[in-house]
Unconditional design. Structure first.
Length: 113
């Protein structure tokens, strides 16, 4: 996964678990593309302090994902739903009952996630 996309997904799922200060700095640097120096000046901390904070946030967000796996489950569910859509289109075109059977299997998989 591309680093920015990974950071965005992790933040979307777990960002609320960060402190307000962490969220503010993380958003400014990662999403608003502020430099470390600009963020440091804005927050009245050192450039190194911003760098360390971003690294700690990244580590915390990855740690939450390791424990909870919400991003992985979300991505797997999206993949399976896409497959269901394709099978439904195939069924509409061919009437193949195997498509229905596979859709049932996928729905069970989603239920187990």
């Amino acid at each position: 996964m591309e680093k920015f996309v990974e950071q965005a997904l992790l933040y979307d799922f777990y960002g609320e678990l960060l402190t307000e200060h962490q969220k503010r700095v993380y958003q400014e640097v990662v999403f608003n593309d502020l430099s470390l120096s600009e963020a440091a000046e804005q927050e009245h901390i050192s450039r190194q302090g911003v760098h360390d904070l971003i690294r700690r946030c990244d580590k915390a967000l990855r740690g939450y994902e390791e424990k909870l796996g919400l991003v992985r489950k979300f991505q797997e569910t999206r993949r399976l739903v896409k497959e269901i859509r394709q099978l439904a289109q195939e069924f509409d075109a061919t009437g193949d009952a195997a498509c229905v059977k596979r859709i049932e299997q996928i729905s069970e998989q989603i239920g187990e996630l």
